[in-house]
Design a protein around this ligand. Structure first.
Ligand code: FE
Ligand code: FE
Ligand code: ZN
Length: 277
C-alpha cells in the first residue's frame, strides 16, 4: 500500500482535513497540533473526531503524522521555553488519544550554544517525563538539516536520544528527505547506502514516516529550504526511487513542499503514477 499525503491546515477541524485528503487522492496527512509558531491548542470536538474516523476507515487511511509546533524546543537554554515544550507535548499526546494509533513528530530542538551533549540530555529528559507506556501514539524524532545549533543532524545524535529514553518503545524516527540531504547524506545518488547506515546506527525498525521534499540547496548545505518535487537538487528521478525503495514500503509519505492544495494534488498524482506496488 502506498500512503501519500501532505500537510493540511487544521483550522477547520479533523473532518475537513479528512475530506480534503480524499479530494486530492491522499490517504494520510500531516497537520499542526496547534499554531506552529504560537502557543495554545483548540479544544477537541468529539463529533468532529468521530466524523473524521468514519472518513478515515471508509477510505483506508494510513497513519497520520501530526506535527508539533516549531516553537517547541525541548533543549532551550531558557527554562520557560523548556517548560512550554514539555507541557505542549504532554497536552498534544493526550488530545491525540482521541485519534489513536497515529504518529506525532517533533523537531528535537536547538541547543543554542549549550552544546550537543546538554541538548541530548534535555531532550531525553523531556521524553522521559512525557512518554507513557500506555499511550497509543508513537512519537517521532525528525531528522534535521543541522541549521545553526539544530539537534538531530546526524543518525548518531538521534541514536543517543533514543538510548537515553526509558519508554523507547513509543519512540521512532521521521525521515525528512530534504533535511537528511541538507545534513550531508546523499539520498539522491546513494539512497541504499544511506538506509544501510540508518539501519546500522538507529535500526530500520525505528523508521515510521517520511517527509518527502526536494531541496533548494546542495547536499550538506545545512540550509533547510524545501523545493517542489523535481524542482530541487534531489530531483524527480531520485524521489521516484525513494518512494519505491524496499526500505520504505508501507510507510506514510508526507509532502511538505511549497505548494497550495492544487499543487499538492498534482504532486500526489505524479507520485502515484510513478509508484509500483
Ligand atoms: Fe518538521
Ligand atoms: Fe519535515
Ligand atoms: Zn524543513
Amino acid at each position: 500500500m502506498f500512503y501519500i499525503g501532505c500537510h493540511l491546515a487544521s483550522s477547520k477541524g479533523y473532518e475537513a482535513m479528512g475530506r480534503q485528503a480524499v479530494d486530492i487522492n491522499a490517504n494520510t496527512f500531516a497537520f499542526f497540533t496547534r499554531n506552529p509558531r504560537g502557543g495554545s491548542a483548540k479544544a477537541l470536538n468529539l463529533k468532529d473526531v468521530e466524523a473524521f474516523l468514519k472518513i478515515s476507515s471508509e477510505n483506508s487511511f494510513g497513519k497520520l503524522v501530526a506535527h508539533a509546533p516549531y516553537t517547541m524546543n525541548a533543549c532551550a537554554a531558557d527554562p520557560k521555553i523548556r517548560h512550554f515544550a514539555r507541557e505542549a507535548m504532554a497536552d498534544d499526546l493526550q488530545r491525540l488519544e482521541a485519534t489513536p494509533n497515529n504518529y506525532y513528530n517533533f523537531h528535537p530542538g536547538s541547543h543554542v550554544k549549550q552544546g550537543v551533549d546538554v541538548g541530548i540530555e534535555f531532550i531525553a529528559d523531556q521524553l522521559n517525563t512525557v512518554l507513557k507506556s500506555d499511550q497509543s501514539t508513537i512519537v517521532l524524532l525528525e531528522t534535521m538539516a543541522g541549521k545553526g545549533s539544530e539537534m538531530g543532524r546526524s543518525f548518531e545524535e538521534l541514536r543517543e536520544i533514543i538510548d537515553r529514553t526509558e519508554v523507547s518503545e513509543k519512540l521512532g524516527v521521521c525521515f525528512d528527505t530534504c533535511h537528511v540531504w541538507d545534513a550531508g547524506y546523499d539520498v539522491a545518488n546513494n539512497f541504499d547506502g544511506v538506509m544501510e547506515e540508518f539501519d546500522k546506527i538507529i535500526g530500520l525498525n525505528r523508521l515510521k514516516a517520511v517527509h518527502l521534499n526536494d531541496s533548494l540547496n546542495p547536499c550538506g548545505s545545512h540550509k533547510d529550504r524545501h523545493a517542489k518535487i523535481g524542482e530541487g537538487f534531489i530531483g524527480a528521478d531520485a524521489i521516484i526511487r525513494i518512494i519505491n525503495s524496499k526500505y520504505l514500503k508501507g510507510l506514510p509519505f508526507i509532502l511538505e513542499t511549497p505548494n497550495d492544495i492544487d499543487g499538492y494534488a498534482r504532486e500526489i498524482e505524479f507520485l502515484r503514477k510513478n509508484y509500483s506496488e
